[in-house]
Design a protein around this ligand. Structure first.
Ligand code: PEP
Ligand code: MG
Length: 909
């Protein structure tokens, strides 16, 4: 037998306007690596380098360090040689050393998740070479001490474990500052920096027992392997978990020639966006720092300057800085380095045109030469996502279908969140102003540590600056406020990605972590005090501020219209009150898919009659109480029919177990006994009699209507009479009466008989008619199995996937929270099946039920009204299942509309 040896490329080179890879190779090269290759191909000046593929990360996890190094050694050596040729310097050379950066890069961007090592290749000899090469001794030694610090932390495991632990390097720095009576890093002399280098190496030896590696190749292999290790680090795991990214994706490693932004006043570094990531406005924007390295901009330690003049002027206004001070102290790059700015502006246009989407770019200026370090599709808020997409559509860059497919439906949620009530804002006391880093409204109690973000129900995380360790707390908090950092600081970027309100760089805040206080203008706020953030204006407000529901308008409205153009399925809503029905109609609901009638019985004026009905021991007694409930139900339904103005309305008959309605506390039991003129013992014994071992599987759903048909009769009467009354006002009505929890054909047939007889009697009495239909929920597995038989009688099906999930898995909806989080953490389940439809299991019953139902009745109307009706991947499934509509809570209607359109477009493809 012939054997073939597969020669697999594990290292892809780029630079000098050519590349082995391209942007389509994201899965193999990671997002960053693929983009570096692509940029190089289209003539953007990226520092030359190479990418070690994500597959090697997987190989590393399987085979270990030694084996993996032997697999890639010769490819890496060749690639380094090529960088040396392009840069005219040599890796490991004493006189003219080439320095490298080593960065991670997964297929999707995970900001701040993975570790980076810069200035790799420095040692006691190379540092002298850099001194000679640049003539800048201070820069050379500062780079060296930064390298040891970074490498020691990232590769040699010297990063502090917790917030309480001191960073050994920072400790040395602080001690030296104290000894020398200086405050800033920039106050160190060259001798100080040299001392730091030696002290750093000592502490490495002391803490790890190993010498700091002097051989550049040892340094390189150490860093590459550390990037692979960081893929399984805590931060990366958490980020993967919240975004549901699988562990087997792995990360690529990007090794690149170092370029320096900290080589003097003709050098600098920055981050820029081709459009505004917060609002979506089509303006080039970004921030830079002169004489700084990349991490200085994102770390939020120095407040950066704006790239464009327009941005700079806007920023100065917010920061209350005069035009004169702005020009001298914080000039824009456009003003300070006009030629470099022009070049950068050219590249940003090229890159956005090329990728046909908003780009987030990093650049460095080294002694007057501009290098683009990376570009990627920029993270953006929900509002910016909508605006940018609709603008690109209008500009003719993308077509309608692509525009719809670019929307992340779940992200629309941000636009549907409350905004501050403008009236409440009139009285608001603004205590300070920061940068509007991520829009929205947030009100909550102050916490100063990410670990305490759960301390109160609504928290605002207040920090001098945030770091990747704070991620979980940022996710839990309502809003984030930082005293330092710009629009591209860690806090700002992460908050925008999360769609979380954030204000950064509020310089007037003084934060004291020890005392847990925040001081502004002499006023002190403490842990637990309420503050409010307006992430759209940067206003920080004292106390709680009332919020208001948002509206669909502008680009959002256009997006919704566009969705409807491509959707096949209709989107209805689950609404129990006229108010909810109106909210949903404003969001574009095309009917009501579920009105849970029981919710109406909990209101104060009705619960009494309801309890009387439940406690009645005779049919006569029950009917008496039902007569009291009838007018209330009828007027509820009239309100809903009027609100829906002729759109179909599905009303479900009483569903929950009766014990939910009776009082369990002694005081209320006493009250009830008095009201009904019966003894307390009688109430108590009835309550006890209603107690069930498994209420979810007990006397509920159509089992109630079948044992007490007078309830069905009353509810039907209320629905039909309400419909007739509304019709008399000239409003069209389409009631659909729905029987819950059907498991056998006869359960449905019996209920249908009661409904139809009641309706016919009313029509005869009032000598008028309306069209109505009688259908059923499919929420018990047996109903899905018997769907062909049930469909012989039912006019429509609505899948109740909440109960269907409960009964298919055998997980109690009320108790699953005890074990589901652990199942998710352990990976036993990938997703919560009550949130995301389990397509493999529960979904099969949905498919089967639909198919069998339509076998008997080809035009059977089929919908879904479980929670899954508003979850994008489940909506897509419902489309594929051939449903006529999905029904979801009012605030998810826009999400479902886009998801339904995407499903239709994807099917076409
Ligand atoms: C369902 O079970 O999916 C459903 C919509 O009904 P409920 O949640 O009221 O049980
Ligand atoms: Mg149900």
């Amino acid at each position: 037998m012939e054997t073939t040896t597969e020669i697999k490329t594990r290292v892809y080179r780029f630079g000098n306007k050519k590349a082995d890879g391209k942007s389509a190779m994201k899965n193999l090269l990671g997002g960053k690596g693929a983009n570096l290759a692509e940029m190089s191909r289209i003539g953007i000046p990226v520092p030359p380098g190479f990418t070690i593929t994500t597959e090697v990360c997987t190989e590393y996890n399987e085979l270990g360090r030694k084996k993996v190094i032997s697999l890639i050694k010769s490819e890496v050596e060749k690639a380094v040689q090529e960088i040396e040729e392009t840069m005219g310097a040599k890796f490991g050379d004493d006189d003219d050393p080439l320095l490298l950066s080593v960065r991670s890069g997964a297929r999707v961007s995970m900001p701040g998740m993975m570790d980076t090592v810069l200035n790799l290749g420095l040692n006691d000899d190379a540092v002298e070479g850099i001194v000679k090469k640049t003539g800048n001794e201070r820069f050379a030694w500062d780079s060296y001490r930064r390298f040891i610090q970074m490498y020691g932390g990232v590769v040699m495991g010297m990063k502090p474990e917790s917030k309480e632990d001191e960073d050994p390097f920072e400790e040395i720095i602080d001690n030296l500052k104290e000894k020398r009576h200086i405050k800033l890093d920039t106050d160190f002399t060259i001798q100080d920096l040299q001392d730091l280098v030696y002290d750093f190496k000592d502490v490495v030896k002391k803490k790890t027992g190993k010498n700091f590696p002097t051989d550049p190749w040892d340094q390189l292999w150490g860093a590459v392997m550390a990037v692979f290790d960081s893929w399984n680090g805590k931060r990366a795991q958490y980020y993967r978990k919240i975004h549901s990214y699988p562990a087997d994706w792995g990360t690529a490693v990007n090794v690149q020639a170092m370029v320096f932004g900290n080589m003097g006043l003709d050098s600098g570094t920055g981050v820029c966006f081709t459009r505004d990531a917060g609002t979506g406005e089509n303006v080039f924007n970004g921030e830079y720092l002169i004489n700084a390295q990349g991490e200085d901009v994102v770390a939020g330690v120095r407040t950066p300057q704006q790239i464009t003049r327009l941005g700079s002027e806007r920023w100065a206004k917010l920061a209350q800085i005069s035009e004169e001070d702005r020009k001298t102290d914080y000039p824009s790059l456009e003003e300070l380095m006009p030629e470099i700015y022009q070049e950068l502006d050219g590249y940003q246009k090229t890159l956005e045109d090329h990728y046909r989407d908003m780009q987030d770019m990093e650049f460095t200026i080294q002694q007057g030469k501009l290098w683009i370090l990376q570009t990627r599709n920029g993270k953006r808020t929900g509002a910016a996502m909508v605006k940018i997409t609709m603008d690109l559509l209008e500009e003719g860059v993308i077509d309608e279908k692509e525009a719809l497919l670019r929307i992340d439906p779940a992200k629309l949620d941000e636009l549907l969140h409350p905004v501050f009530d403008p009236n409440a804002l009139l009285d608001a006391e603004i205590i300070a102003q920061g940068l509007p880093a991520s829009p929205g409204a947030a009100t909550g109690q102050i916490v100063f540590f990410a670990e305490e973000a759960k301390k109160y129900k609504n928290t605002i995380l207040v920090r001098t600056e945030t770091s990747p360790e704070d991620l979980e707390g940022m996710d839990l908090a309502r809003g984030i406020l930082t005293a330092r950092g710009g629009m591209t600081s860690h806090a700002a970027v992460v908050a925008r990605g999360m769609g979380k309100c954030c204000i950064s760089g509020a310089g007037a805040l003084k934060i004291n972590y020890k005392k847990r206080t925040l001081t502004v203008d002499g006023k002190e706020f403490h842990d637990g005090d309420w503050i409010s953030l307006n992430g759209s204006t940067g206003n920080i407000i004292e106390g709680k501020v009332a919020t208001r529901q948002p509206e669909l308008s502008g680009e959002f409205g256009e997006l919704m219209d566009l969705s409807d153009k491509y959707t096949r399925m209709k989107v209805r809503t689950n609404a129990d009150t006229p108010k909810d029905a109106l909210v949903a109609r404003n969001f574009g609901a095309q009917g009501i898919g579920l009105t849970r009638t029981e919710h109406m019985f909990f209101e104060v004026d009705r619960i009494k009659a309801m309890r009387e009905m439940i406690l009645a021991t005779t049919v006569k007694g029950r009917k008496h109480a039902l007569r009291e409930l009838l007018p209330m139900q009828r007027s509820d339904f009239e309100g809903i029919f009027e609100a829906m103005q002729g759109l179909p309305v599905t009303i479900r008959l009483l569903d929950p177990p009766l014990h939910e309605f009776v009082p369990h506390q002694l005081a209320t039991q006493k009250e009830l006994a008095e009201d009904l003129h019966i003894s307390l013992d009688a109430v108590k014994s009835k309550v006890a009699a209603l107690e069930e071992f498994n209420p979810m599987l007990g006397h509920r759903g159509c089992r109630l209507g079948n044992t007490y048909p007078e309830i069905t009769e009353m509810q039907t009467r209320a629905i039909i009479e309400a419909a007739l009354n509304v019709k008399e006002k000239g409003i069209d009505v389409h009631p659909e009466i729905m029987v819950p929890l059907v498991g056998t054909v006869n359960e449905f047939v019996e209920q249908e008989k009661v409904i139809r007889e009641t309706a016919e009697a009313i029509f005869a009495r009032r000598k008028t008619k309306i069209n109505y239909s009688v259908g059923t929920m499919i929420e018990i597995p047996r109903a899905a199995l018997m769907a062909d038989k049930i469909a012989e009688h039912a006019d429509f099906f609505s899948f109740g996937t909440n109960d269907l999930t409960q009964m298919t898995y055998g997980y109690s909806r009320d108790d699953a929270s005890k074990f589901l989080p652990i199942y998710l953490e352990k990976g036993i389940l990938k997703e919560d099946p009550f949130e995301v439809m389990d397509q493999e299991g529960v979904g099969q019953l949905v498919l089967m039920g639909t198919e069998r139902g339509r076998k008997s009745k080809p035009h059977l109307k089929v919908g879904i009204c479980g929670e899954h009706g508003g979850e994008p991947s489940s909506v897509e499934f419902c489309h594929r299942a051939g449903m006529n509509y999905v029904s979801c809570s009012p605030f998810r209607v826009p999400i479902a509309r886009v998801a339904a359109a995407q499903a239709a477009i994807m099917e076409e493809k």
